[in-house]
Design a protein around this ligand. Structure first.
Ligand code: ATP
Length: 411
């Protein structure tokens, strides 16, 4: 089955909004085993839209559009679909009632243009949109299928997962596809490729793809078989081979993040963490507290940016600050011990470094970071030499902090 995606919206062609929707849809469809052959971007201009839909109708079995389903005059996707398919619009009573209900629940006055959204091409059914008023449209004709989704990404994604995927799965030629991601940190994409080159080359099913993302690399395994269990076994077998080679870098699977894995371990071991952050400015604490229930394993942190705070709140000795400097192994160690003591935690983490762009010297260049972890029995110190910009350095330092914590907790 050939699929095409049409992204509708003048703002996309003017570069005012990045087209993330087609990326999302194409990625998910590929994972499901469909081929996306064309992606078109078109203005909110009816004749251009009709032309584009007709072109796609000549080539594709399934067309998915995003955008232009709202109530305003420039939202004309439904009219364009109706014209291109010669299925005139009709008012769907069920959608009309849903729109009225939506406004009633929010105690907002309904304006006449909202009723435009109840219009569907003849033969189409609505895809119910719980997050907004614009329903999606599914037109399943004899020799083509057109699915129109709203442009707002969360609304589009919600409809895509709830309505479109279950529908397409019924048509999917490779419906027994299992996908698994292995998430790695501490190894770059090219080294990873070298390490597992023979496994990748000898693997058609599962298909193995490497994906480099901010602060991590992912290995995607996609297997298809005549049953889900068989596809799962194919993945397991290949995963074991990969783990034998690069298992030490794999911190999690699928959507697991480093902070999640670390906090799971803190919780499991009933341990409490305190963080003393200088160059990361609270980023580690922020990422921990993004995890629900973090008060169970996170006491808190101090953003000790100035020497005064390092000295007064974390007890970093003046001698260390004067003789070794704020960015030094000794300061990071003292910060870790200081926060552990101050907050009476099981584990203390200290981070100090030069995020840039200024502040570097030949001896201590931008990107030099020290991290230290301690508990009541031992202490470790780590040095990083990063080369990103300020934001990258902060983010990567926080990734390393979680990575070192993970290794510490896994010992
Ligand atoms: P609404 O009911 O909000 O009008 P709609 O279906 O009419 O929804 P549009 O008006 O086309 O959608 O787009 C609404 C917003 O959604 C755009 O301003 C833009 O921010 C975002 N958007 C639209 N298309 C895309 C896309 N392809 N990728 C990412 N964001 C998009």
């Amino acid at each position: 089955l050939n699929i095409e995606i049409i992204a509708i919206g003048t703002e996309l062609l003017e570069g005012k909004v990045s087209d993330t929707n087609t990326n999302f849809i194409a990625g998910n469809l590929t994972d499901l085993g469909f081929n996306v052959n064309y992606i078109t971007m078109v203005r909110d201009n009816k004749s251009e839209m009709v032309k584009s839909i007709k072109n796609s109708l000549n080539r594709a079995d399934i067309i998915i559009t995003t955008g232009g389903l709202g109530p305003t005059a420039d939202d004309i996707t439904r009219e364009a679909v109706a014209e291109a398919t010669e299925c005139p619009l009709y008012e769907n009573r069920e959608v009309r009632e849903e729109i009225e209900e939506y406004f009633k629940n929010r105690k907002h006055e309904i304006t006449e243009n909202n009723y435009r959204q109840a219009k569907l091409p003849k033969g189409a059914v609505p895809l119910h949109n719980k997050q907004g008023t614009a329903p999606g449209i599914l037109l399943d004709a004899d020799n083509y299928i057109i699915i129109s989704l709203p442009g707002v990404p969360p609304e589009m994604e919600n409809l895509f997962f709830k309505e479109v995927i279950p529908y397409l799965k019924k048509l999917n030629p490779k419906k027994n596809t299992v996908i698994k991601f292995l998430n790695l940190f501490g190894i770059g994409e090219s080294r990873l490729e070298t390490e597992i080159d023979d496994i990748i080359k000898n693997s058609e099913n599962p298909e193995i793809t490497l994906l480099a993302e901010a602060g991590k690399v992912r290995i995607k395994l996609a297997a298809s078989a005549d049953s889900l269990q068989k596809a799962g076994n194919l993945i397991k077998n290949r995963e074991n081979k990969i783990r034998k080679k690069v298992g030490q870098y794999i911190f999690g699977t699928d959507n697991q993040t480093l902070p999640e894995v670390v906090t799971d371990l803190l919780l499991k071991n009933n341990l409490n963490l305190g963080v003393a952050e200088s160059c990361t400015g609270g980023l580690v604490g922020d990422r921990i507290t993004n995890i629900p229930g973090s008060s169970q394993f996170f006491s808190g942190g101090i953003i000790a940016y100035s020497n005064k705070i390092k000295r007064e709140k974390l007890n970093v000795p003046s001698k260390i600050l004067n003789n070794k400097g704020a960015v030094s192994k000794q300061t990071a160690e003292a910060m870790a011990r200081g926060i552990k003591k101050e907050f009476s935690t099981d584990i203390g983490l200290g981070i100090t470094g030069i995020a840039g762009p200024g502040g570097g010297t030949p001896q201590k260049p931008v990107g030099l970071v020290y991290l230290s972890i301690c508990d009541s029995y031992s202490q470790e110190i780590f040095q990083l030499n990063l080369n990103g910009d300020r934001q990258d350095n902060k983010w990567l330092t926080s990734q390393y902090a979680f990575y070192y914590l993970l290794n510490w907790l896994s010992k």
